[in-house]
Design a binder for this molecule. Structure first.
Ligand code: M6R
Length: 600
């Protein structure tokens, strides 16, 4: 979603800001802008569309050592040049970029800003107008900034320039991520360390409701009352090669291929000296103490949660409910006496999940976040964290995070079973090792996946994924993958449920991709395939060695029956990738989507 960068130093800021914004492109956006300040004033450049268009519009003759930049994903007002950030106050003295949503922006307009002419339809513009109003009334800029922030309800990460003092970037944060990066003779601001990792790996984390006064030489953090807060920087463990595509045409393909390595990294990160896969003692204790687990997640992470429920219930015998985070807040089920909330989130920044975390913390319940991003909001705010060790996931379509989430959930379940004295008759470490090898074989079979995509999905309008039990959840993930990047209408269904309505949609040639990796439901799913074939469907069965039949389109090598989602998802990811490619879709940055959904 929206991204923020800022630079204050001695070099011209334009290129640093534009490069930073390019690093944030993966998050999804529809317009972008920068504002740079020099002795001649503040110069604003913004454009609807890609950063490449913004680049073209930037005046190369303007040289300025201070600036802020923004990628916008529209929430209030259509994607347009006028609605894109930075926004300026009426006198153009103040220039501001903002991530998040100001929930009470219309009340602020009504109560404080009557008579002000607004240029944009955004919620953001009230903030910059409010600061100007307070300054005009006689307040100092910092005081006006803090005063304005105190009135805001909602989420914000803000960068502010004052034309009359271009030696400062004012920064603030509440619920939306924002970091300050430290350099020699310069400092930077970024909503994600990835944006500025090329200039520094030293970052200071900001806590909600803090402001920061950033100059070339100093970074001063204060709370909203003006009291200075001391905080040591940390080193961002990001490797440039992790965030570059290398020789791959798309991040998605690179990330699919990284999955065997990720599984091996997870094994080595969670293995103890006895070779057992374990989690921290306090997480284990929380698992032992709880009487019911509530998994909260969105999108792909929700699908991983559905698989995780099977693991925790089957291995550790703890009841689990899996909930979509955006539904949970206002539709909370009756909770058990000792609930444990498990948040699954690649980014650790998903606002819908965070809203639930805030709620359950207020209720006094324990929480665990399973995330790929150390130090992310959900990680910081939960009681415990388990990391995915998947490396940065940049493509909007989540792939390696999904398999990492499932692996970590398996480890969590296995560890809880051990702690509760429940016998588990397989060696998870060994079985995950087999999974990694099978994943490699599957990733090497790209030509076949491309052929399947061409055969079934080149021209189709819609597609169904069916499965039973754990295969159904992989089907849901397959449908999400396909629709988000290829725009083919795709749905994942429980095989047995089709005949209760959805089978009416099957026409001559409708592709039905069926996942068949579970012995217990093998006959059932094959019966469901016959039902759709009888109505004209074009069946594509992805089965597992040992359960295969003559007409199966693709057979994946056998792995432990609980771990099949880790391998059956790979053909599905690759088929979706090639379908999107054939349709000339923007694979890594699908329309309307953002990588990290930081607004509710
Ligand atoms: O960062 P999170 O895991 O919390 O994100 C949740 C969803 O937004 C995400 O999984 C989304 O569904 C992906 N684009 C799917 O590929």
């Amino acid at each position: 979603m929206c991204g923020i960068v800022g630079y204050i130093g001695k070099e011209d800021s334009k290129e640093i800001l534009l490069r930073g914004l390019e690093k944030l492109e993966y998050r999804g956006y529809d317009s972008a802008g920068i504002a740079v300040a020099n002795e001649n004033g503040v110069h604003v450049f913004k454009e609807k569309g890609r950063i490449a268009s913004l680049r073209e519009s930037v005046d190369a003759n303007v040289v300025a050592p201070v600036g802020i930049g923004h990628t916008r994903w529209a929430t209030h007002g259509v994607p347009s040049k006028v609605n894109s950030h930075p926004h300026q106050s009426s006198s153009q003295r103040f220039t501001l970029v903002h991530n998040g949503v100001i929930e009470n922006y219309d009340h602020i307009k009504r109560d404080y800003l009557q008579g002000v002419t607004f240029q944009s339809e955004t919620d953001t513009e009230v903030v910059v107008q409010l600061i100007e109003k307070f300054v005009k009334e006689g307040q100092g800029v910092e005081e006006a900034f803090r005063g304005a922030l105190k009135l805001l309800k909602g989420s914000y990460a803000i960068g502010l320039l004052d034309e009359q003092n271009p030696d400062i970037i004012f920064v603030a944060k509440n619920k939306s991520p924002l970091l300050v990066g430290l350099g020699e003779g310069f400092n930077v601001v970024a909503s994600d360390a990835m944006a500025m990792i090329q200039v520094t790996n030293q970052y200071v984390e900001l806590i909600d409701k803090e402001i920061v006064i950033v100059t070339r030489e100093s970074v001063t953090i204060k709370n909203l009352e003006g009291t200075v807060v001391e905080r040591a920087p940390y080193t961002a463990e990001l490797d440039m090669s992790d965030i570059e595509k290398g020789t791959y045409p798309h991040y998605m393909l690179k990330e699919i291929d990284e999955q065997p390595l990720v599984i091996r990294k997870i094994i080595s990160n969670y293995q103890n000296e006895n070779g057992e896969l374990t989690v921290d003692g306090d997480v284990r204790q929380a698992m032992v103490d709880t009487d019911r687990i509530y998994i909260i997640a969105a999108g792909t992470s929700y699908h991983a949660g559905l698989v995780g429920k099977q693991y925790i219930e089957k291995l550790a015998k703890i009841p689990v409910e899996v909930h979509i985070s955006s539904e949970f807040s206002y539709n909370m089920p009756l909770l058990s006496e000792k609930p444990l909330f498990v948040f699954i989130s690649q980014s650790g920044e998903t606002a819908d999940s965070r809203a639930v975390l805030v709620q359950v913390k207020e209720m006094g319940f324990k929480s665990l976040t399973i995330t790929n991003v150390k130090g992310s909001t959900l990680s910081r705010e939960a009681d415990y964290t388990l990391l995915l060790h998947a490396g940065p996931e940049i493509a909007v379509a989540s792939t390696k995070a999904y398999t990492a989430q499932i692996s970590v959930l398996a480890i969590l379940a296995r560890d809880a079973a051990r702690a509760k004295g429940i016998e588990v008759d397989f060696d998870l470490s060994k079985e995950l090792g087999i999974v990694a090898s099978v994943m490699e074989t599957l990733c090497d079979d790209k030509e076949e996946m491309e052929q399947i995509a061409r055969e079934y999905l080149a021209t189709t309008r819609n597609c169904f994924f069916i499965g039973r039990g754990i295969d159904y959840y992989v089907g849901m993930e397959g449908a999400l993958k396909l629709k988000e990047i290829s725009y083919i209408q795709a749905e994942g269904f429980a095989g047995g449920e089709l005949k209760h309505g959805t089978i009416a949609l099957i026409e001559d040639g409708t592709p039905v991709i069926s996942i068949a990796t579970q012995e217990i439901v093998n006959l059932g799913i094959r019966g469901n395939v016959k039902e759709v074939v009888a109505r004209g469907a074009n069946p594509c069965i992805i089965s597992m060695k040992g359960l295969e039949e003559a007409d199966d389109r693709y057979v994946v090598p056998a792995v432990h029956e609980l771990l099949t989602p880790l391998v059956s998802v790979i053909p599905v990811q690759l088929i979706s990738y090639y379908a999107a490619l054939h349709r000339e879709c923007d694979v890594d940055k699908p329309r309307n989507l953002a990588k990290s959904v930081t607004v509710e």
